[in-house]
Write a protein that binds this ligand. Structure first.
Ligand code: CP
Ligand code: NVA
Length: 305
């Protein structure tokens, strides 16, 4: 049994399969062709933080695969009344085939997975957001081909998205140029890297963007860190992706943002709504990529790819 708790839980060969499979699943979806490979399977979705894309993509994705879903939140389940995560895992995983969790500490999802009889998927933790990077790289491939050897500029917080980009770069052979304000740096041990070879740190976000194939950013304040809002607002003022940064990147560079976005904070409106932005494809591709992922965790490789 395989869990998907961080990006490094799958290898490069498995990602190559998933990207091909996601493309096929997307093609069938666009043609209104039925694709019920998970008929009668049930996905439990546990949300301890808010969501739009993750909820809609997992829920509709499972229905489109012929299965069904159960939606739980901290507020409306015993999770909010301190039932141990281990007990919740034992119980929920006896009734469903697959579990997706969005929560706070990575250790929480790891404890759940340890006591689960079924595969567990990380729908975002404080440390990682692997499903988003899965969709982002699928989106990059759709627009530009292989990401191997390319350069991704990360502008902003050294957060769950940054950590996951770093893991992906080590696994899939591309570089990340990271620029964060002081005090918000990426931490190689939190990101769980084998070495520091796949990324480079720049103090000035313009330098990180120079020559990049993809420029990407995220909110200044992630969910769970709202108490730091004011301090972050001051610290991140110069880490706003604007036209000048995009012009420093390659002329064919793409812009990505996992969304939700705050125009005028981490990105200017003319960038996110401009011609280099692929944010709506990124959001849509959560659906197709996660359908491929759910299928893979339950069925393994399916022929034809
Ligand atoms: N990008 C992303 O995970 O969006 P939601 O928080 O809306 O799920
Ligand atoms: N880094 C953000 C991503 C939201 C999808 C957060 O964790 O809130």
């Amino acid at each position: 049994m395989k869990h998907y708790l961080q990006f490094s839980d799958l290898d490069a060969g498995e990602y190559a399969y998933l990207f091909e499979r996601a493309a096929l699943i997307k093609k069938k979806f666009k043609a209104y062709e039925k694709h019920h490979t998970l008929a009668d399977r049930t996905l439990a979705m546990i949300f301890e933080k808010a969501s739009t894309r993750t909820r809609v993509s997992f829920e509709t994705g499972m229905y489109q695969l012929g299965g069904s879903v159960v939606h739980l939140t901290t507020a409306d389940s015993q999770l909010g009344r301190a039932e141990p995560i281990e007990d919740s895992a034992r119980v929920i995983s006896r009734m469903v085939d697959l579990v997706m969790i969005r929560t706070f500490e990575q250790t929480k999802i790891e404890r759940f997975a340890e006591h689960s009889r079924v595969p567990v998927i990380n729908g975002l933790t404080n440390e990682f957001h692997p499903c988003q990077i899965l969709a982002d790289i699928f989106t990059y491939i759709e627009h530009r081909g292989s990401i191997k050897g390319k350069t991704v500029a990360w502008v902003g917080d050294g957060n769950n998205m940054a950590n996951t980009w770093l893991q992906a770069s080590e696994l899939l052979g591309f570089k990340v140029h990271v620029s964060t304000p002081g005090g918000y740096e990426v931490d190689q041990s939190v990101a769980g890297l084998r070495s520091g070879d796949s990324y480079k740190v720049f103090r000035d976000p313009m330098d990180a963007c120079a020559g990049a194939d993809l420029v990407t950013t995220d909110v200044w304040t992630s969910m769970g860190f709202e108490a730091e809002n004011e301090a972050r607002r001051l610290a991140f003022n110069d880490w706003c992706v604007d036209g000048e940064m995009m012009r420093a990147a390659r002329p064919d560079a793409l812009f990505m943002h996992c969304l939700p976005a705050h125009r005028g904070e981490e990105v200017e409106a003319d960038v996110i709504d401009g011609p280099q932005s692929v944010v709506w494809d990124e959001a849509e591709n959560r659906l197709h990529a996660q359908k491929a992922l759910m299928e893979y965790l339950l069925l393994g490789r399916v022929n034809p790819v």
